[in-house]
Design a protein around this ligand. Sequence first.
Ligand code: BDR
Ligand code: CA
Length: 311
Amino acid sequence: AKPIIIDCDPGLDDAIALMVAFGWRDLLDIRGITCVAGNQTIEKTFTNALRIAKHLNIEVPVARGAERPLIKPLTLADDVNGQTGLEGMEITPEHIQPSKLSAFDLISKILTEAHEKVTILATAPLTNIAHLLSVRPHLKNKIDHISLMGGSSIGGNITAVSEFNMFVDPEAAKIVFDSEVPITMFGLDLTYKAYTTRQDIQQITGNLKNRASRMLGDLLNHYMPYSERMGLNGVAIHDACTVIYELKPELFSGIKRVSVNVDTSGGPSYGCTLVDFYDLTGQNKNVDFVTQVDRQAFNNFLYLCCARYLD
Ligand code: BDR
Ligand code: CA
């Protein structure tokens, strides 16, 4: 199984990313889950990750990470994820025991002890990862690649041009993009194409009645009004794209090797990812930028993910 770390801020769609990953432990060796402030405060994202693990019956080290971005004050996405960060998702209030290590120490330990390279899936602001890469740069060569959900070249979802995860901690994002660790990027360009309609979900929840399908159903019900306001045809399953790519890369195509920079100027495009499709800057091509997904196959795969759960 492929060794991975998931750095997240659950968050409704992070919860789906975890559900997908937890269902394929024969293929993914989840060495640790690390949490960061983003969709909600660190207390809430951390508790939510521990609850999701309990709900899906998984024992895995879950560690608490940064409570605020490197420089900027924290911006929450409580409008979409609610006061708990998992609004509308009915999961157990119980939780597994947390790791005694901080996110920083857990990631350091996993990378140090690993005999093979470890993949990091990042579905949140990049504060924890930037912290690690800055303080322990010698561990970079233990990272196979970082697959991250964030950024956009087609306009933002929190400001006119910035995507939420990048906007929350632009300085951290810049450190990660400039780190020379291989990066696979799932920005809004891609994730808006990885959407699920009411009909898709009915397929899943109508045929499968288990914890995983209920989580997806809850996500859809909660997100749909927001997605409709944004003029989308369905609910974008942003964060799970990073996990699904590791499991089924053939669903994704149009991967362009490009240079990506992050705007840290503090102006109106603060947190914007500058994607140089035409190599106009001549800068180092630091990112594999994913542009296409087979939406129907993606939804069929989500069905399969849910079907891995028995009750
Ligand atoms: C990203 O922002 C968060 O609200 C979601 O969990 C996802 O990681 C989408 O822009
Ligand atoms: Ca997230």
